[in-house]
Design a protein around this ligand. Structure first.
Ligand SMILES: Cc1cc2nc3c(=O)[nH]c(=O)nc-3n(C[C@H](O)[C@H](O)[C@H](O)COP(=O)(O)OP(=O)(O)OC[C@H]3O[C@@H](n4cnc5c(N)ncnc54)[C@H](O)[C@@H]3O)c2cc1C
Length: 503
């Protein structure tokens, strides 16, 4: 990214820093969003990036001994929220940098050249990302084929990676790789290496740019790796590399609510205002019961996301190991990204025909938020993992579903809300995946209800809490009814045989 030394704001007072940052983004995105050409242009201009980065938003994810603000989750989420109030792509740029590069570097980059890297982030607006996915290995990333071998302290890494956010633009990468074995096979564990694109032997060229449909400011594509890095660039796991990767990905999933928070707040504010002002038959849209229902759903999404941010602050700091917190990480990521997509759909619908303009946040949000349901674990996979983990434990403890939920630490305080429906739920680890997906969605609803309940401890609006709990009860009820009734219908082979309607 830009190599010039940045003009910087004083960021010692965090509230002031956020207020200045928010003001800058407001002005910048009013200009950008009113110009269709800019909205569909790929990337942000150097001038726009300089205006954004002069507030040093990424200082929140840099340790204080290196001049940063010390990686406090609350501050990281606040930066993400402030950016997402104006732009999903911008918040994703910060999400990538914070959760997928700076946090793992701070925690595991024991021997990495952190001083130089942090200096470039703080003084020159540098950017970093994470390379995991490969053309043949996306959701089954652990089978990746990018490989490394080491001779005399130099590690050679070869492979292909694709769909990395900031492809061709980032200054630094964390590259995931497996060790090449002498027998030609690959080790089971995963290693992470820091690379510096400014060093020719570490440079990772973008060999094909993808035309991403949405998230225009972010560059994606196919990256070819044939690089060499000093062994000191390898991140040092506390136990295995896979646990280090899971810790990184779980912490990242727990920071998704920061990226969703501003967007959900903006959708709620703008949609409420529109519905109040839009007259149909001489009355506002709020005359319609269904519109009221949709606005209540947006308010619940806002409340759930607030509760998730609150929970994330408690459990996802870099001082904690999140590798075993899969159920919560999956719940938070899958639920909040579904909320983003649903909110974008609702906003587009309620704005009627004007919702279909590219200048409308809702219709842009549909494409911008859609990949959040796919990357860092497709949501169906995450929901089914939630249910598999619960049913495995239930079976081990010889408990029914309702007995398990009544004693499980993440649902015990709210399980009575979901009686009697959970009393009649039967579940087993060996049931079909489609049932696990539905049960996982229901379990995640209960977990989220416990987060929402805890919001009253921070004096959050009790009416919003009550409405949201009611809405979650309804949602879990619907999901469990569907779960109980689901029959297994499989696709038909050779579906084009004898299937021409016109014959
Ligand atoms: C906008 C965007 C940004 C991205 N950013 C990054 C990045 O910064 N770094 C990076 O390394 N990668 C990134 N990715 C890649 C992303 O993580 C992968 O695309 C994702 O893991 C899915 O992999 P795949 O595309 O190979 O899909 P596949 O693995 O082929 O899966 C396709 C679909 O099959 C279904 N499916 C797959 N597995 C299961 C399962 N176990 N159970 C049920 N259903 C399943 C899901 O519906 C899934 O979406 C990004 C992708 C996109 C689109």
């Amino acid at each position: 990214m830009t190599e010039t030394t940045m003009v910087q704001e004083d960021t010692r007072n965090f509230s002031q820093m956020i207020a200045n940052f928010a003001g800058e983004l407001k002005d910048l995105f009013i200009e950008r969003n009113s110009d269709v050409d800019q909205l569909t242009t790929r990337g942000l201009s150097d001038e726009q990036m300089a205006r954004i980065m002069k507030h040093n938003p990424l200082s929140v994810a840099i340790p204080s001994e290196y001049g940063g603000r010390g990686l406090h989750v609350k501050e990281c989420l606040k930066v993400l929220e402030t950016a997402s109030y104006e732009s999903i792509p911008l918040t994703l740029i910060f999400g990538i940098n914070i959760a997928l590069f700076l946090e793992p570097l701070a925690k595991y980059g024991i021997n990495a050249p952190k001083e130089a890297i942090y200096n470039k982030f703080l003084k020159h607006g540098a950017m970093g990302g994470l390379m995991i996915s490969e053309p043949a290995h996306g959701s089954d990333a652990l089978n990746m084929t990018t490989q490394h071998s080491q001779v005399n302290g130099i590690v050679s890494i070869k492979g292909k990676k694709h769909w990395q956010g900031l492809s061709g633009d980032a200054d630094y990468w964390l590259v995931a790789s497996r060790q090449a074995k002498e027998n030609g096979g690959l080790g089971r564990d995963i290693s992470l290496f820091v690379t510096d694109n400014a060093v020719p032997s570490q440079h990772i060229p973008l060999i094909e740019r993808y035309e991403n449909n949405g998230l225009y400011p972010i560059s994606y594509g196919l990256n070819s790796l044939d690089i060499e890095v000093p062994e000191s660039h390898e991140l040092q796991p506390e136990s295995t590399g896979i646990k280090m990767l899971m810790d990184t990905l779980h912490r990242s999933r727990m920071q998704f609510p920061g990226m969703a928070m501003g967007f959900l707040k903006r959708v709620l504010e703008d949609t409420t205002e529109y519905c109040n002002n839009r007259l149909v038959r001489g009355n506002s849209l709020l005359q319609f019961d269904q519109v009221k229902h949709q606005l209540a759903q947006l308010q619940s999404a806002f409340t759930v996301c607030s509760a998730m941010c609150n929970r994330s602050c408690e459990i996802s700091g870099v001082d904690k190991n999140t590798s075993l917190l899969g159920l919560e990480a999956n719940t938070i990521k899958a639920r909040v990204t579904d909320l983003m997509q649903n909110a974008a759909q609702t906003m587009t619908q309620l704005f009627g025909s004007s919702g279909y303009k590219i200048t409308n946040l809702g219709s842009r949000g549909i494409m911008d938020s859609r990949p959040f349901q796919i990357f860092e674990g497709p949501n169906e996979m995450l929901y089914s993992q939630i249910s598999e983990a619960v049913t495995k434990q239930m079976q081990k403890l010889k408990m029914t579903f309702s007995e398990y939920m009544a004693q499980y630490e993440l649902t015990a305080s709210v399980s009575s809300f979901f009686a009697p429906i959970i009393d009649s739920v039967e579940a087993s680890k060996s049931m079909p995946q489609r049932k696990h997906v539905l049960l996982g969605q229901a379990i995640s609803g209960m977990v989220v209800a416990s987060y929402v309940e805890k919001l009253s401890e921070v004096s959050f609006n009790q009416d919003l809490i009550n409405n949201t709990i009611d809405s979650l009860k309804q949602d879990v009820d619907n999901l469990l009814n569907k779960y109980k009734q689901s029959t297994i219908i499989n696709p038909i082979d050779h579906f084009l045989q004898n299937s021409n309607w016109a014959v």
